[in-house]
Design a protein around this ligand. Structure first.
Ligand SMILES: Nc1ncnc2c1ncn2[C@@H]1O[C@H](COP(=O)(O)OP(=O)(O)OP(=O)(O)O)[C@@H](O)[C@H]1O
Length: 465
């Protein structure tokens, strides 16, 4: 059988050949599994950290550094570099995530270089640069895509898949309909699609259909001729469909598009033809439409409030953004990210104690990432000391009552049940099969299946549930 060359994710030991190769290099190298535990450390890395390479296996990153980098690697899903000051000078650490075919992080490779080694490289590099006339920086397409998609954070499988999907659909000119609850990131996704498209250098115009009264929305979208109506600009005005010509128009809250405007919009999308108010002259426009809504358009169609033909024109590519409660494992990552942002903004130094972490994970976040952002800002601004706020104090700004294990006042049994449910839900969401979810939890598949039924959790299709 052929030797496995790619390091496993923790299920099997690293093959001896790989260890030999790793030890032969001067570079300090370590590998971590998806839970941030050390899978392998070569001799040079162990020497650099003053630890025993074999004993280090299975330990968390904090075993050799007090300032962990892996949470950021898992959060941003990209390479992170950091310089750490030590008694004997600086060390430069690089951590690079390695992905599996489904786009999930499989393991993380980390290298560590000390100041002396880097100085040696720098001297060679300076000599090389001095001997050349020019240095060219080439940014790969992968780097560019990663940079564009960075604002759409999350390492839950659904977000990894979403980013992959956006990369695939971004370049086309097809209309996209983004659905999802309020505050879950529809506009962030629209911005990513636009930036990934071949129209990224062309106009990008946004309009919120719910924020503008119907009569004004028509003149905003289609424009008008001089003297078309009382109070109109004497020179007339271009509509946004004309302004966005060659580029992209983002129609936010499309579900609020007044019924009387829908046929006119359909015509503009279908034939690229726009008539300004008060004009019979046709103007041609080539616009990619990205629309977003948090209402159920199918329901609106049934109620006769939204045209079915317009729906199909808009939803050539449907994109659904999952609400935060369907990707619970992202809650704390996002909360930690916003904590660092707001601590920087308000010059505070705060952390989340364990009970606050539990509370944040227990809550359903009806307002999604926007609500989470607000709650974290409240936590930073309103904490009287560096101890932070208590759970009871923080919950006063939640829109709904908390029902998970962090809920104060519930019995030990309630809390244990809620915590068990949360762990099962996370494992079922993140693992591809029931068997893998059961393995991760350390129970057999039939027990997992029974417990999942008890808590009303959806099982993977392969389980036959
Ligand atoms: N995946 C994410 N990573 C980081 N920030 C996010 C993410 N999703 C949303 N946000 C942040 O949450 C806030 C709300 O996002 P956005 O406006 O895109 O939501 P929306 O779904 O368009 O909301 P609405 O339906 O109310 O218009 C923004 O500040 C955005 O930066």
């Amino acid at each position: 059988m052929q030797e496995q060359l790619i390091p496993p994710v923790g299920d099997e030991p690293i093959p001896a050949d790989i260890r030999t190769v790793g030890n032969a290099f001067r570079i300090s190298l370590a590998l971590f599994d998806r839970d941030g535990k050390i899978l392998y450390m070569n001799r040079s890395f162990a020497r650099e950290c003053g630890v025993d390479a074999d004993r280090a296996v299975g330990q968390p990153e904090t075993y050799f550094t007090g300032d962990p980098m892996l949470p950021d690697v898992f959060l941003y899903q990209r390479m992170i570099c950091r310089t750490i000051r030590r008694m004997d000078g600086f060390v430069f650490i690089t951590a690079i995530p390695m992905f599996d075919e489904a786009g999930a992080i499989r393991f993380v490779g980390m290298t560590m270089e000390n100041e002396a080694a880097l100085n040696e490289v720098r001297r060679s590099f300076e000599a090389l640069v001095a001997s050349t006339e020019r240095s060219v920086h080439i940014q790969s397409a992968a780097d560019r895509h990663a940079a564009i998609l960075r604002p759409l954070m999350g390492r839950h499988q659904s977000m990894v898949r979403l980013r992959e999907f956006l990369k695939q659909i971004g370049p086309s000119s097809a209309s996209v309909l983004i659905t999802g609850e309020s505050g879950c990131g529809k506009e962030v996704a629209a911005d990513c699609i636009q930036a990934l498209s071949s129209r990224s250098e062309q106009p990008y115009v946004k309009i919120n259909c719910a924020a503008i009264p119907a009569h004004l929305l028509e003149s905003e979208l289609f424009g008008y001729e001089p003297g078309a109506f009382t109070g109109a600009n004497a020179k007339g005005k271009k509509g946004l469909l004309e302004v966005a010509n060659g580029g992209t128009l983002f129609l936010d809250e499309i579900g609020d598009m007044p019924p009387e405007l829908q046929p006119k919009l359909l015509r503009a999308l279908q034939h690229g033809e726009v008539y300004r108010i008060g004009s019979t002259k046709v103007r041609h426009t080539d616009v990619r439409i990205i629309a977003a809504t948090n209402v159920d358009l199918n329901q609106k169609i049934v109620e006769g409030k939204f045209r079915e033909d317009l729906y199909y024109r808009l939803a050539v590519i449907p994109v659904r953004i999952p609400p935060l409660r369907e990707r619970k494992s992202d809650i704390f990552l996002l909360a930690s990210y916003y904590l660092s942002i707001y601590c920087g903004k308000y010059n505070r130094n705060l952390v989340f104690p364990d009970d606050i972490e539990e509370l944040l994970k227990s809550y359903d976040w009806p307002g999604n990432v926007r609500e989470l952002q607000n709650v974290v800002e409240y936590y930073v601004v309103c904490s009287p000391t560096s101890e932070g706020l208590s759970c009871e104090q923080l919950q006063t700004v939640f829109r709904h009552p908390v029902t998970g294990p962090g809920r104060p006042g519930s019995t030990l049994e309630d809390k244990l049940d809620a915590y068990e449910k949360q762990l099962l839900q996370e494992a079922l969401e993140e693992e591809k099969s029931l068997r893998r979810a059961a393995k991760r939890l350390g129970i057999d598949a039939s027990t997992l299946s029974r417990k999942a039924r008890k808590y009303g959790l959806a099982l993977h299709r392969e389980s036959g549930a």
